[in-house]
Design a protein around this ligand. Structure first.
Ligand code: ZN
Length: 179
């Protein structure tokens, strides 16, 4: 028997659970090998020391003492809550600022309204022109039929996909069961 095999089987031997045939081999090796004998002795000593270790019993009032210390700790600081009336304050402040800007001439309502109106008008003109161009090339009809065809294809794919995926899942599950 090699030293490595001997040392591997020592714990089982010392616990008395090593097979009878192996016991004879191991004892023969121990008798002839000083190194393994010393190793076995050391293992015995360690095991005895471990066996003599007493388990630590907590004090009877351990839980109470811990809970008392916890309750003595300062309470964690709570987040300051944002009260709803702050929204009113912010709103009032915003109005005051807007009013000040308007009064001092920084905000020109008429200009803003006029510019906005012009912008909307331009957008409407652009939209109309685009529509006329698209209509000229029958793009609206094309888009309508294209959308319908795409929707039909998508529905077919979804239907096929659901059936196909269900098959795949069943196959995967049955595969998982057999493996
Ligand atoms: Zn040995």
């Amino acid at each position: 028997m090699k030293c490595s095999a001997c040392r591997e089987r020592l714990p089982a031997y010392q616990d008395g659970v090593l097979a009878a045939g192996a016991v004879a081999d191991l004892e023969a090796h121990l008798a002839s090998c000083e190194g393994c004998r010393a190793f076995a002795e050391e293992m015995m000593i360690v095991e005895h020391r471990l066996a003599r270790l007493s388990t630590i019993e907590p004090r009877a009032d351990f839980t109470q003492a811990v809970m008392q210390r916890i309750s003595a700790l300062p309470a964690p600081a709570t987040q300051p809550r944002l009260h709803i009336w702050w929204l009113g304050v912010y709103d009032a402040l915003a109005w005051v600022v807007v009013a000040l800007l308007a009064a001092t001439g920084f905000l020109r309502w008429k200009t803003i309204v006029a510019e906005g109106g012009v912008l909307f008008g331009k957008l409407a003109l652009c939209g109309g022109a685009l529509y006329r161009i698209a209509d000229h090339f029958h793009l609206t009809t094309l888009a309508l039929f294209g959308g319908l065809i795409e929707g039909a294809v998508l529905l077919a794919l979804l239907y096929a996909g659901r059936h196909y995926l269900a098959g795949v899942r069943t196959a995967a599950l049955s595969g998982a069961h057999t493996s």
